[in-house]
Ligand binder design. Structure first.
Ligand SMILES: Cc1cc2nc3c(=O)[nH]c(=O)nc-3n(C[C@H](O)[C@H](O)[C@H](O)COP(=O)(O)OP(=O)(O)OC[C@H]3O[C@@H](n4cnc5c(N)ncnc54)[C@H](O)[C@@H]3O)c2cc1C
Length: 456
C-alpha cells in the first residue's frame, strides 16, 4: 500500500501553484492518447529545475510513492499512465532552451521543451532537430520513448541525437551522462540506456541534442499502385537503388478513403506512397525525380504526381499529417489500437500483406514509415466490448508474432507502455531477464513508472 502524499509537505519543496491534487488535474494525467484504462495519480507537480526534481523524487522514495514522468501525454501505448497512482512529475514548466550552439550543431534544453517549438527557434540558425513524431511531444517524452517519425528513414531516431543527459535516478541522485564530442568510445553508453527506457530507470531533466542543417531544397512525390504488394515492392526497389529518401510513407486504400471523406478530397483510393527527397539544386532533384518515376512505373504505378519546393511538398504531403485525426473523426464512437511492428526491409511486403489479411474482418487502416520497415496497423473498435476486443487483441498477437518471426520488433517507435508488456519476454528472451535485474538493481522498490516493461 503506497502512502498518500502530504500536500503541505510537498508545498515546502515547490510553491503552492505547482502542486495539485485537484480532480481535473488528476484526470488529465490519468490517460494518454491510447485506449488503455486510465489510472489517477495522487498528486501532480510541476518543477522548474533539476534540483527540484531531485527533491521531489527523494520525498516520493521516502514515502515509497510511485513516480511517473509526464511530457505531453501523447503516447499511444499507455506509457505515462500512472498505473499505481503516486506522483506525476509534469515537465511542461521545464521548457527552457538553455543554449543553442550553431557552431557545434548542438542545443541544450530542459526536458519539457516541445520539439516543434525547438525547431522554430533552431530554424533561425538554419538548424533542425530531425526526429518528428507528429504530435506536440516534449523532448523528455521523445527520449523516454525513443521516438522517431516520418524523417527517420534519413535521419534515424531520437537515440541518434542524444549526446548528453542530466538524469535524476531512483532515490533522487543527480547524474550527468555522455559528452559533447561528435564521437566517443568511452565506457558504457548510459545515455543510450536511459533513452527509450520510458522513465523506468531515470528521469531526464536536461539534454544536449545533436542537430543537422536545414535542407535547402525539397522534392515530393505522391504515387498510387493497383495493389499493396506493388507499392511495398516499389519501397524496396527505391531503397535498394541508392536513392536516399528523407521520408517514405505508405497509406492503404482505406486510409485514402477516410481522408477523402473527412476532408472533402478526391484522391484516387488506391495503395499510395508519399516520398520526400532533399537536395542542393533543382537540377539534381529533377534527375532523382526521373529515376523515382522509372522505378515506380516498373513496379506498376497507376499515377505519379510530383513537385519541387516547399509549396509542392505541402500540396502532396498534407494528407499524411491528417491521417490520425481523420481516422479518429471518422469513427467517433470507437477507440484506436495501433500496432507499430517493424521488420527488415526485405520482409516489409510480406509483413504488410500478412497484416492486411489478419485484420480483414476488422475496421482497420494500414499506413506507416515504409522506408524504415515500420507499419502501423490502426484498428478502430470498442475496448468495452470484450468479445470484439478479444479479436483485436488476437490480431495484435498474430501480427507481432509474425514480425518477430521475421527478426523484427513489436514496436518500431511507440514503445512498450502497458500494451506491449506481454511481448517483452518473447522478443528479448534471456536478455529480458538481464533487463529485469538491471531494473531491480537501480529501482528495487519499483517506483519509477511501475507496470511498464515488467507487468505488476
Ligand atoms: C497523432 C500522433 C502521432 C504520433 N506519431 C508518432 C510517430 O510518428 N513516431 C513516434 O515515435 N511516436 C508517435 N506518436 C507517439 C508520441 O507522440 C511519441 O511517443 C512522443 O515521443 C511522446 O512524447 P510526450 O511528450 O507526449 O511524452 P509522454 O507521452 O508524456 O511520455 C512518454 C514516455 O516517456 C516518459 N517520460 C516523459 N518525460 C520524461 C522525462 N523527462 N524523463 C524520462 N522519461 C520521461 C513517460 O513516463 C512515458 O513513459 C504519435 C502520437 C500521436 C497522438
Amino acid at each position: 500500500m503506497t502512502k498518500k502524499p502530504n500536500l503541505r509537505e510537498l508545498k515546502t519543496i515547490l510553491d503552492e501553484r505547482r502542486v495539485s491534487a485537484g480532480p481535473s488535474v488528476l484526470e488529465l494525467h490519468s490517460h494518454d492518447e491510447s485506449f488503455h484504462a486510465p489510472a489517477l495519480p495522487d498528486v501532480v507537480v510541476w518543477p522548474y529545475t533539476t534540483q527540484e526534481v531531485s527533491r521531489l523524487v527523494r520525498y516520493a522514495f521516502k514515502h515509497k510513492m510511485p513516480v511517473t514522468a509526464w511530457g505531453a501525454g501523447t503516447s499511444l501505448e499507455g506509457n505515462p499512465i500512472p498505473v499505481k497512482g503516486g506522483m506525476v512529475i509534469d515537465f511542461t514548466q521545464m521548457n527552457r532552451i538553455i543554449a543553442v550552439r550553431p557552431e557545434d550543431f548542438q542545443v541544450d534544453v530542459q526536458a519539457g521543451v516541445i520539439y516543434k517549438d525547438l525547431n522554430k527557434t533552431l530554424s533561425r540558425d538554419g538548424l533542425l532537430f530531425p526526429p518528428d513524431p507528429g504530435a506536440a511531444a516534449t523532448i523528455g517524452g521523445m527520449i523516454g520513448n525513443n521516438a522517431s517519425g516520418i524523417r527517420s528513414v534519413r535521419y534515424g531516431a531520437t537515440k541518434d541525437y542524444v549526446m548528453r543527459l542530466v538524469v535524476v535516478l531512483p532515490g533522487g541522485d543527480i547524474i550527468h551522462l555522455g559528452n559533447r564530442a561528435r564521437k566517443s568510445a568511452s565506457g558504457y553508453n548510459l545515455a543510450a540506456l536511459i533513452t527509450g527506457s520510458e522513465g523506468t530507470l531515470g528521469i531526464v531533466t536536461e539534454a544536449t541534442l545533436k542537430l543537422v542543417g536545414l535542407p535547402v531544397n525539397f522534392m515530393a512525390v505522391r504515387t498510387t499502385f493497383p495493389a499493396i504488394f506493388q507499392a511495398t515492392q516499389a519501397v524496396y526497389s527505391i531503397m535498394r537503388s541508392g536513392l536516399t529518401p528523407a521520408a517514405m510513407e505508405f497509406l492503404d486504400a482505406n486510409v485514402v478513403h477516410v481522408l477523402n471523406a473527412d476532408r472533402g478530397l478526391t484522391l484516387e483510393e488506391n495503395p499510395t506512397l508519399l516520398m520526400e527527397f532533399y537536395g542542393f539544386s533543382e537540377q539534381g532533384l529533377r534527375e532523382e525525380m526521373q529515376f523515382v518515376e522509372e522505378i515506380c512505373l516498373e513496379n506498376g504505378a497507376l499515377s505519379i504526381d510530383q513537385g519541387i519546393g516547399a509549396e509542392e511538398r505541402s500540396r502532396l504531403w498534407d494528407i499524411r499529417h491528417q491521417t490520425y485525426e481523420s481516422i479518429k473523426r471518422h469513427h467517433p464512437e470507437l477507440s484506436p489500437l495501433i500496432m507499430d511492428v517493424a521488420v527488415p526491409l526485405s520482409r516489409y511486403s510480406e509483413m504488410v500483406d500478412f497484416s492486411k489479411e489478419t485484420v480483414r474482418a476488422l475496421t482497420a487502416y494500414l499506413f506507416g514509415h515504409a522506408g524504415d520497415g515500420n507499419i502501423h496497423v490502426h484498428v478502430m473498435d470498442n475496448p468495452h466490448d470484450p468479445k470484439r476486443w478479444a479479436k483485436v487483441e488476437e490480431a495484435t498477437r498474430l501480427i507481432v508474432m509474425k514480425a518477430l518471426d521475421f527478426e523484427g520488433t513489436c514496436t518500431g517507435e511507440h514503445g512498450i507502455g502497458i500494451g506491449k508488456n506481454r511481448f517483452m519476454p518473447v522478443e528479448h528472451g534471456e536478455s529480458y531477464e538481464l533487463m529485469k535485474r538491471l531494473k531491480a538493481w537501480l529501482d528495487p522498490d519499483n517506483l519509477f513508472n511501475p507496470g511498464k516493461f515488467f507487468p505488476l
